[in-house]
Design a protein around this ligand. Structure first.
Ligand SMILES: [Zn+2]
Length: 720
């Protein structure tokens, strides 16, 4: 008897077994319909095996679906990713089918001549239509426009039987990229890097690279040249470039289109579902060579993936924390290993994990030295707020104000950077000291002046700013404390009423289109002073930007999060890297209360090596990543007692293990979200400990009640 193990998108750790009828030929990766209870479900065949007589009676596979088989690389990848993240394999597999579940694009309705039929009354406008159409087929509106008539004329010809309507399946054409279309002129470092990467793709086998170069050193040109050489050697090669933010995709797509004379396919949540289906099918059929996408593009069914690039690899946005919890960069390296492909991690400020791998020779370390062209790194100045405190209720110190004024007077641009959305991060009552929080959470309400509302950035809860304190009832007692980007912009507008200002945050720039528009107006010089959260500190090239002011450089140094220092360094390097990218020298001013902090001193010195060395030493002393590994178990539920009891049960059931510690259970830093109590256990293990094996053995000992949700986060990033 033949038995198939089928992955079904359910929150269980195993595949389901089904009998396979003798006349049904199934292979790993096939999509099938299988009965589950009263329903038929879509599943993916993980394995087909012969068994000799089973005492279990199995249900049979209902049918083989008429959808493409997932290539072996995707199947191996999905199963590996599920094991690595302790996620249900069926749900991981369903991620790989996302594009396929979208509706097909609607067929296009066009008109064409009916052979041998002519209009009974050939008016001038009817003749114009027939002339414009010729023997092609056209969409009615296009035809009417081409003929200079109303669409009623075309419809009259349809009614008369002179024209007929046909439906054409919308097939997406992905033009072949031409590696010789418009090669870029490369410097020595870029050429050497492209050579190394392209030799690896030509040789085949898993090859990981770190492409390390300061902002503006030309990393993109280098990896695109490697892509071109890969395509020259194998015109069917497929290349995936991952970006952390949708806002960055348009610029890269433009550059790829200019370089190769053909637009790449685009894959992220901003793409309409029918289009995603076209991309999925084209990738599966090998009709699409270059894909630019977000982390979920890792699950696309590439049959011939040769080169994978993770641009801005240090960016925390690669970590997915909703639903399936995984790190896009780490999974990209795994996919490359499984596909025996080349993977390039590119960054101006690589993550400590990646640097560690490069230092230890696991990754080939490619360095791009000098900046491309004539630009130089900006001059970074630490501004001690103890000596230059801003006036009460303002946030910009006198020297920074003067610098903005000088920059504005020269007709150049300023970027003020503050990683806090909204107007004021805290609203509190002067009368009783009450801090306004969202209902059922410990999270503060942030004031947004544009909308006049108080917003919880964690749950999305909003309310109008109340007149009375909800705690003591005092009237007009609420005050806004601290600055957000909107408040800094208000200050700038008062200081420089003639300057054109704008705010760049996820509130003012809700989607990719808005981001593109704002970036373009900055490039076009329509903005003098841009106040931005970290959304703007990413890879954009503003040639007339010569001053970056960091309003609160201390912000990231607080907070007790493993990567706070690293993230601050990255953000500030990226943000100050914005200044003076073209031919104008830039400068950066960092406002700080702690100019003696080693991280800030290393930054001001532009000394990445000093920073990395100091931070690595601290991590090594504590055997924290990259010297050790972490995993978090997060329990949440509305029933606080059940959450508490489950956390205690887990704490009692910790398996014996060496070189590994478990901390907690503790309240998660935000212990209450949307009315759900959250508890966290944190595991720290030495690098050589089988962390996943430990977690599996541990979880097998405890039954988690249905009212409590358990989330496993391997290599946690956010400590919320
Ligand atoms: Zn009060």
């Amino acid at each position: 008897m033949k038995v198939a193990s089928v992955l079904i998108p359910l929150p269980v750790q195993e595949a389901f077994d089904y009998e396979v009828a003798d006349d049904l030929v199934l292979e790993r990766g096939d999509q099938v319909a299988v009965p589950l209870g009263p329903r038929l479900m879509r599943g993916i065949v993980a394995e087909v095996r012969e068994t000799t007589g089973s005492n279990r009676r199995l249900k049979a596979v209902d049918s083989l679906l008429d959808d493409p088989r997932l290539p072996p690389g995707v199947m191996d990848f999905v199963e590996w990713a599920a094991r690595w993240t302790l996620s249900p394999p069926g749900e991981m597999a369903a991620t790989a089918l996302k594009g396929l579940r979208a509706p097909r694009p609607r067929p296009e309705r066009r008109v064409q001549r009916v052979e041998g039929r002519s209009p009974a009354r050939p008016t001038a406008s009817r003749s114009a239509v027939l002339d414009a159409l010729g023997d092609r087929s056209m969409v009615v509106a296009d035809l009417a426009r081409a003929a200079g008539v109303s669409s009623g004329v075309v419809k009259g010809l349809i009614d008369e039987g002179v024209l007929q309507v046909i439906e054409i399946e919308a097939v997406a054409a992905f033009d072949r990229p031409d590696p010789d279309h418009a090669p870029a002129a490369l410097n020595g470092d870029q050429t050497a890097s492209a050579d190394a990467i392209a030799s690896a793709t030509a040789k085949g086998g898993f090859s990981p690279f770190l492409l390390d170069g300061v902002t503006g050193s030309g990393k993109t040109e280098a990896y695109l040249e490697a892509a071109a050489r890969t395509l020259r050697a194998d015109p069917d090669a497929q290349i995936l470039i991952l970006l952390p933010e949708i806002a960055l995709t348009q610029d890269l797509i433009r550059r790829i289109t200019a370089r190769f004379g053909a637009a790449p396919a685009e894959w992220h949540s901003g793409i309409a579902p029918p289009r995603r289906r076209q991309v999925w099918e084209a990738v599966a059929a090998g009709r699409c060579n270059i894909v630019v996408g977000a982390r979920s593009a890792l699950f696309l069914p590439f049959p011939n993936l040769k080169l994978l690039v993770v641009d801005e690899e240090h960016d925390g946005s690669f970590k997915q924390e909703d639903g399936l919890v995984y790190h896009g960069r780490d999974l990209a390296v795994a996919r490359a290993r499984i596909e025996k492909a080349t993977v390039v991690l590119a960054s101006a400020t690589p993550s400590l994990e990646t640097l560690w791998n490069a230092q230890n020779g696991r990754y080939v370390w490619l360095k791009l030295g000098a900046r491309h062209g004539t630009a130089v790194l900006p001059d970074i100045q630490l501004l001690d707020l103890r000596q230059n405190p801003p006036d009460p209720q303002t946030w910009l110190s006198q020297p920074l104000r003067e610098a903005i004024g000088e920059t504005f007077a020269r007709g150049e641009q300023t970027l003020l950077f503050l990683n806090r959305r909204g107007y004021a991060p805290v609203v509190l009552c002067r009368a009783c000291g009450h801090r306004l929080t969202a209902p059922d959470t410990d999270s503060w309400l942030v004031e947004h002046r544009y909308t006049g509302r108080l917003v919880c950035h964690l749950t999305g809860f909003t309310m109008a700013r109340p007149k009375h304190c909800p705690s003591c009832g005092a009237e007009d007692s609420l005050v806004s404390v601290g600055p957000g980007v909107e408040r800094v912009e208000e200050e700038v507008r008062q200081l420089f009423p003639q300057a054109r200002t704008a705010v760049f945050s996820s509130d003012t720039v809700p989607d990719a289109r808005a981001a593109r528009a704002l970036i373009q107006s900055m490039v076009d010089g329509e903005i003098d002073i841009l106040v931005a959260t970290q959304a703007a500190a990413k890879g954009h090239n503003f040639p007339n930007l010569t001053l970056v002011g960091v309003v609160d450089a201390d912000l990231g140094l607080r907070g007790g999060d493993l990567r706070a220092a690293e993230r601050t360094f990255q953000l500030l390097t990226q943000a100050t890297g914005r200044a003076g990218r073209a031919d104008k020298p830039g400068r950066a001013i960092l406002q700080t209360w702690t100019p003696e902090h080693p991280v800030l001193m290393a930054l001001a010195a532009g000394d990445r090596d000093a920073f990395v060395e100091a931070e690595m030493a601290e991590r090594e002393a504590a055997t924290l990543p990259p010297y050790g590994r972490l995993a978090a178990l997060i329990l949440s539920g509305e029933n606080a007692v059940a959450v508490e009891q489950t956390a205690e049960a887990l704490a009692q059931a910790i398996p014996n293990a060496e070189r590994l510690e478990v901390y907690g259970p503790a309240d998660a830093p935000l212990g209450l979200i949307r009315g759900r109590r959250r508890k966290r256990l944190l595991v720290r293990a030495d690098r050589d400990v089988d962390l996943q094996g430990f977690l599996r053995a541990w979880l097998a000992r405890v039954k988690v009640p249905g009212s409590v949700r358990l989330t496993v986060d391997v290599d946690p990033y956010s400590f919320l």
